[in-house]
Design a protein around this ligand. Structure first.
Ligand code: MN
Length: 283
């Protein structure tokens, strides 16, 4: 059994641009947080937006040294970058962006979502890169809902989508630089799932909605995050309500972290270089 280490909750919310009301649920700055290879988890919404004429979102900004993984639950995002890439991310889709040596991009509500309005709900997870890959050329993996395998967990309709890595022999479509298993889990009320996860990896569970009992000991409610011990393999979840959960599991990257805003490198010198390159429009 993988023991629960602690459960945390964040009620503080801030706006990213004018499109994303987010709660930062953990970051590499959190004291005593052993989150590697993950760096940060932002949860946007669920929030209602009225119909509008001008798209809301966040304008051109840089990233360097890591990957941003955007998972859409409700609403639609349109992105563009300075390398000429762009696209739409809709419900069930995932965009796995390897910023690596850097790019500038904007993330906006899509034209259709802006016009119609509605509920917006998304996750952005930052995944670190090992030092040797931090200055690779940037690239995207646009993963649509149909590309993501769905494992049926029971006859009631509980399902697990394998976004990255592997779960019980089923491989997810996202390619990763270090071993990462990213699983989107829907567990219906009354159902139990026994997750089988690699030992010694970081394991973090986020409940978007619902309530699950963990290992017959503690309850994880909506917008709460559970951190697990590294040893042990099995996590037993019983849903007390219909629940939507994200399982983040990955091999820790044992390297120093120096971060400043949208840049995450290994040393303060590399952060100064990242800022200088941004100021001289080297992205
Ligand atoms: Mn961004």
């Amino acid at each position: 059994m993988k023991q629960l280490h602690r459960i945390t909750r964040t009620n503080e919310s801030h706006w990213v641009g004018d499109g994303f009301p987010v709660r930062t649920l953990f970051s590499y700055n959190t004291p005593d947080a052993e989150v590697s290879p993950f760096l940060m988890l932002d949860y946007a919404g669920p929030a209602q937006f009225p119909p509008a004429t001008k798209p809301r979102g966040v304008g051109l900004h840089p990233h360097r040294g890591f990957e941003t993984v955007t998972i859409l639950y409700q609403g639609e995002v349109e992105h563009h970058d300075t390398a000429g890439n762009g696209g739409l991310i809709g419900p069930g889709d995932v965009q796995w962006m390897t910023a690596a040596k850097g790019l500038l991009h904007e993330e906006m509500h899509s034209a259709a979502f802006t016009r119609q309005g509605g509920t917006f709900e998304a996750i952005q997870l930052w995944v670190n890169l090992p030092a040797k890959f931090k200055m690779e050329p940037p690239h995207y993996q646009s993963i649509v809902k149909a590309d993501i395998p769905v494992l049926k967990l029971d006859e009631k309709g509980s399902v697990l989508r394998v976004i990255a890595g592997v779960y019980q022999g089923t491989k997810g479509p996202a390619n990763t630089y270090t071993p990462v298993n990213l699983l989107d889990l829907r567990l219906l009320a009354g159902q139990t799932a026994e997750l089988d996860l690699p030992e010694y990896y970081t394991t973090i569970l986020f409940a978007l909605k619902g309530c699950v009992n963990i290992n017959n000991s503690a309850a994880l409610n909506d917008a709460e995050v559970a951190f697990f011990e590294r040893n042990g393999k099995t996590v037993v979840l019983t849903a007390l309500k219909d629940s939507s959960l994200l399982v983040m599991n990955g091999e820790p990257i044992d390297e120093p972290i120096a971060g400043y805003g949208p840049f995450v490198m290994n040393t303060q010198g590399e952060i100064r270089q990242a800022i200088a390159d941004f100021n001289y429009q080297m992205y």
